[in-house]
Design a protein around this ligand. Sequence first.
Ligand code: GLN
Length: 490
Amino acid sequence: MKLTDLTITQAKDLLKKKEISAVELTKAYIENMSKYKSLNAFVTETPEIALESAKIADDNIAKDKARELEGIPLAIKDLYCTKGVRTTASSKMLENFVPEYESTVSKKLLDAGISMLGKTSMDEFAMGSTNLTSYFGEVKNPYKRNGEDLVPGGSSGGSASAVASGMAMAATGSDTGGSIRQPSSFCGLVGMKPTYGRASRYGMVAFASSLDCPGPITRTVADSALFLKVISGLDEKDPTTAPREVIDWTEVLGQSVKGLKVGIPAEYKSDKLNPEVQKLWDERAEDFKKLGAEVVEISLPHTKYSLPVYYIIAPAEASSNLSRYDGVKYGYRTSSPFKSLDEMYELTRTEGFGAEVKKRLLIGSTILTEEFYERSYLKALKTRRLICNDFDEAFKQVDVILTPSTTGAAFSKNDKLSPLDIYLNDVYTVGSSLAGLPSISIPVGKDKNGLPLGLQVIGRKFDEATVYKFAYQIEFISQFDNTPSKVMGE
Ligand code: GLN
């Protein structure tokens, strides 16, 4: 088997048995990074750092002192601040920003022994579903539609593209309204957005603080469970992290779902849904019945407000979070001449931000003005509460909710989708983001063009265990083959 086709679970085993070395494993990934450069998945590559860590990993393994992810080559989305390594959030604004500190998530991964291969591209400041808005150019999906290039999804599109093509064994993503789950679905991967507060946001470039969640993009559910355990936990540097016990989720994999209840939300059935996704959704529900679970229809009556509420709250929070980019504290400052401080701000922000970010900042600042606040922002907050209540009610009846991850497969930038169509991509993911619930996307099949399709499992707050239990069963039944060398047609 090719080294770059190994999952984390397989690689850990081979490393432990000393059948492979961390250095050769890392080198194989570095080779793929240059081979598939045209996917443009990385903003910054750090092969020297990766090799340095791999050498240490081999040393530790030789001394039988392997840590949890010893020698595992991973990529980090470029919004996790990495000490001494440029962190851009795919924006011109942070093009030359080198953080003085390490984000909690990347620190936990480094402390667990990973080899950091580089920083992956994303939609600028995580705003988007296509990875077309990166200042460093578009990222491509390793899957093609009859030879045509497709988007990898976004905003964690670089991470998804890198993992699917075998340029990283797994990667971090971040999910505000779907940015881990949607690109995972588009690239045939497993994407987990944990409960809000499960893992620390410290050192992540902020988009919308009440929604942002770090999480893993992996090839398998077992890898996801392992990865999430490493990055989770209370962090004194992020007061929104919860003092919850971090359990070993790999232990629940394979456990029976007999007697558990699966909810199918009536409101998620839509004529916008690709019939091939609908079919897979129906089939998996039937499969759960065969496994002894009870499948019931549930109602999430405020679903239709999820997207509008998200697209009010997220830009409002973003306009506040991104006010720090003013050309004074850090990041880009205009090189054009200016006559006043205001003009310097104006030029800096006009030149430093891309179009999508500007659009959202304008929407966000308008929403927060005295004139609109009550009618829009406050109303959205109240409606968010109703959306959360819907889920609370549903979870009195069921243990998990099964939904599509996206309305269909990856698309091409030439498909001429309107901005509204693109926002519609998030229709299945934003609900659980607003409610802060753990949700995972698992690849379940392919469409008629051979493109991956995903389903999503949503669970109760902090009940990642049940989510993983179901995800594992879905993965087992679906037998989706995401071996990178096959995806790349080698
Ligand atoms: N696609 C959504 C947006 O553009 C979600 C992005 C995200 O989760 N970071 O806002």
